[in-house]
Design a protein around this ligand. Structure first.
Ligand SMILES: *[C@@H]1O[C@H](CO)[C@@H](O)[C@H](O)[C@H]1NC(C)=O
Ligand SMILES: *[C@@H]1O[C@H](CO)[C@@H](O)[C@H](O)[C@H]1NC(C)=O
Ligand SMILES: *[C@@H]1O[C@H](CO)[C@@H](O)[C@H](O)[C@H]1NC(C)=O
Ligand SMILES: *[C@@H]1O[C@H](CO)[C@@H](O)[C@H](O)[C@H]1NC(C)=O
Ligand SMILES: *[C@@H]1O[C@H](CO)[C@@H](O)[C@H](O)[C@H]1NC(C)=O
Ligand SMILES: *[C@@H]1O[C@H](CO)[C@@H](O)[C@H](O)[C@H]1NC(C)=O
Ligand SMILES: *[C@@H]1O[C@H](CO)[C@@H](O)[C@H](O)[C@H]1NC(C)=O
Length: 653
């Protein structure tokens, strides 16, 4: 999942990046070619206004190789205000060739010293440090026979160290009337201490004729007047710092994107984009961490050292969460006294499971409880719902059971909408549950008391076999509570009278509950039914029917004639027998199973002792409202419970 904030940051970055990177206007091309007629591009870095075509303000000649020429002289390099010309030392170069250097748009600057031979006049030429150089040039042209020729070298420069004039004065230079133009020395750079000289070099200053500057808005304009070409006006353009180009309107103008500017721009881009990127990455990281933490918290469990030995029985909360689709309400199978039960499918094995979420407040006694649950979970019987394992979270215990596809029995007895379960199926369920309970009571090294036998805890598998679920769970309520205020756990109507008094559970208390369950199945009614005027206690009602000599009156009417009378009678009588208030009078589960299987004949039911009053211990608050009636008595033969209770308290014990 891509968090919305991250998405918007990404979009923002995506919008800004192209804006920042897009720049630089297109260069304007003009009809001033810098390609020589032979098709060779200029070797020198010529820029506008220089070029080889007539469209260029300063038109130069070129060699076949693409070298730019001024007169016979090779153009060496260019700068925004000067052109450097190579003047190779040549003893017999005609003096007049200097004239080529005075053009319409250029002239030698005052920074040059021109070396001449055989001049009619001499002129002072004290360019600093040029004496040595002059001597070398002199020896170059010295004829072997001195007497024959009259060779003398001279030099022309503007007044020594006074460069207030810009150009070599053409008039004065030609006034020397020399024979040969030997070479030139150009002052490249000068300061107080030293001067660097360009030997065999001559610098021309250039300009474009015109009275008005025609420069790009990002260029500085140098205006010149009284130029050597006849005293005209001219100008030069030079792009300001940070701009690139020739600076002329007619040329390429000035554009941003010099290396320096580019650097600044990338810097700018970085200062905008980098924080965004960092923000983006950081927010992604934060969201990642948050989601990891949330996930961890969501799936957090409680695992203590003592639980290591239960490793195989321990489930991962995450797996249970996925199995039950996040404990969705749609997966809810039911909600009982111990918690909600969810259906699920284990992610890896595809096994159908039922997950019971039991909330527990205290961790006290948890260890014993888990130990017990696990040990009970090891019990395997076809009439017990298998406990597959458990998981513990803070304040929550999750028990994982086999999934019983047909749900709990109570659904088939009286819950609406009512599903049908015929007598044969019911009787089989009863026998199955009895056998499961016998296994708990006697089939194992240790007596296990179920504590909460009732129709809603009997689950039906795919073949409608009754299976006992939730065994031992009632014990959870015992733990962590004050022993002095021992709470009785179980369900009203199934609690044996001695259990409610002492809080002690025994096999007999289970048998009592089983009795209530038998009547429940046979009659299709709840142990206690809350009526509009009074509540009906099932045991007492069945008892009253039996007392009147027609116990079958109590049987579930919806069963019709399909029920086998003997079995029905057996179940009803056994139900009453198990519900005896005196635990000693109740049969054991082994006996119960023998009666059900027909291996032992049922002993005759004695009326003494069996009465309705036992429930008063459970239901003491609502005592006045309790009443019993047999359907045949049509609501008239009510037994006053308080009197029954009295008789029991005086005689029963
Ligand atoms: C032309 O300019 C480039 C870079 O500006 C330089 O490397 C190259 O040497 C120059 N060529 C000439 C002939 O001046
Ligand atoms: C180019 O050559 C032509 C003809 O030789 C000449 O008239 C012109 O002055 C030359 N231009 C330059 C700049 O040397
Ligand atoms: C130089 O020229 C003179 C006169 O023409 C001649 O006598 C002399 O031999 C020449 N010297 C050399 C070294 O050629
Ligand atoms: C040689 O130079 C001197 C002055 O330096 C001059 O008088 C003489 O006429 C010159 N001779 C020739 C042949 O040019
Ligand atoms: C430089 O020359 C100008 C005239 O050409 C003159 O007025 C000025 O005094 C000279 N300056 C120096 C320092 O010689
Ligand atoms: C060049 O020199 C001559 C004579 O000395 C002078 O009249 C003229 O004004 C000078 N030209 C320039 C441009 O300085
Ligand atoms: C150059 O000379 C000027 C004065 O003529 C002086 O102020 C300056 O400090 C000198 N520079 C150096 C590098 O000597």
């Amino acid at each position: 999942m891509m968090p919305r904030a991250a998405l918007s940051i990404l979009l923002l970055a995506g919008m800004i990046l192209p804006i920042v990177t897009a720049a630089a206007p297109e260069a304007i091309h003009l009809p001033c070619s810098r390609t020589c007629g032979t098709g060779m591009p200029a070797k020198q870095n010529l820029t506008y206004p220089f070029g080889f075509s007539p469209g260029c303000p300063i038109q130069l000649n070129c060699t076949e190789d693409g070298d730019a020429l001024i007169g016979d002289f090779l153009v060496q390099s260019m700068s925004p205000d000067t052109v450097a010309i190579a003047i190779k030392a040549k003893c017999d170069r005609p003096f007049g060739s200097i004239d080529h250097l005075y053009g319409r748009n250029y002239a030698p600057t005052a920074m040059n010293s021109v070396l001449l031979n055989n001049c009619a006049q001499t002129s002072p030429c004290d360019l600093p440090n040029t004496q040595v150089i002059q001597a070398q040039f002199q020896s170059l042209c010295e004829p072997s026979n001195k007497t024959h020729t009259n060779t003398s070298m001279s030099c022309y420069a503007e007044q020594a160290n006074n460069y207030s004039t810009m150009f070599l004065n053409h008039t004065r230079l030609f006034a020397l009337d020399c024979k040969h133009f030997l070479s030139s020395i150009s002052l490249v750079e000068q300061n107080n201490v030293s001067a660097s000289l360009g030997v065999q070099l001559l610098r021309l200053e250039w300009w474009v004729n015109g009275n008005e500057c025609e420069c790009s808005q990002d260029a500085d304009c140098v205006q010149l007047s009284g130029l050597p070409n006849g005293g005209g006006n001219g100008f030069r353009c030079k792009c300001r710092d940070g701009f690139l180009g020739d600076g002329f309107l007619a040329g390429t103008g000035c554009r941003t994107g010099s290396p320096k500017r580019k650097k600044e721009e990338t810097l700018k881009v970085l200062t905008i984009v980098l924080p965004l990127m960092v923000l983006f990455i950081v927010s992604i990281l934060i969201m990642g961490v948050v989601s990891v933490i949330r996930r961890k918290r969501k799936f957090s469990e409680v695992l203590e050292d003592w639980e290591r030995e239960y490793g195989p029985h321990r489930f991962k909360y995450k797996d249970l969460y996925i199995a039950t689709k996040g404990f969705r309400d749609q997966e809810l199978l039911g909600a009982g006294g111990f918690g909600r039960v969810y259906r699920g499918i284990l992610p890896t094995s595809n096994i159908e499971i039922a997950v019971k979420k039991v909330s527990h407040e205290s961790r006290q006694g948890m260890r014993e409880f888990v130990a017990e649950i696990i040990s009970i979970g090891r019990l395997r019987h076809r009439n017990l719902v298998s406990l597959l394992g458990y998981c513990r979270r803070k304040g929550e215990l999750l028990l994982v059971y086999d999934y019983m596809s047909n749900g709990s029995l109570d659904r088939y007895l009286y819950n609406q909408p009512r599903a049908t379960l015929n007598w044969m199926q019911r009787f089989r369920v009863i026998k199955g549950v009895a056998s499961g309970l016998l296994y708990l009571h006697e089939g194992w090294e240790q007596v296990v008391i179920h504590r909460d036998i009732k129709a809603s805890n009997i689950l039906l598998d795919a073949e409608f076999n009754g299976r006992l679920g939730d065994f031992g769970l009632a014990r959870l309520h015992d733990h962590g509570t004050d022993p002095q205020t021992t709470r009785v756990a179980g369900t009203v109507g199934y609690l044996a009278p001695e259990h409610t008094r002492t809080g002690k559970v025994t096999r007999s208390t289970d048998v009592f509950a089983f009795g209530a369950f038998l009547l429940e199945v046979a009659c299709g009614r709840r142990p206690i039914e809350h009526g509009d005027t009074e509540d009906v206690i099932l045991v007492d009602w069945v008892f009253s029917c039996w007392d009147r000599g027609d116990i079958l009156e109590a049987s579930d009417l919806t069963l019709g004639t399909e029920s086998v009378e003997e079995e029905m009678e057996l179940v009803l009588k056994l139900g009453l027998m198990c519900s005896h208030p005196d635990p000693l009078m109740r049969p054991t589960m082994r006996q119960v199973l023998q009666y059900l299987e027909g291996d032992l004949p049922m002993p005759e039911l004695l009326s003494s002792g069996i009465s309705s009053s036992r429930l008063t211990f459970v239901y003491s608050e609502g005592l006045d409202d309790l009443a019993v009636s047999c359907p045949s008595s049509k609501g008239k033969a009510f037994t006053d419970l308080s009197s029954v209770a009295e008789s029991l308290l005086s005689g029963g014990r």
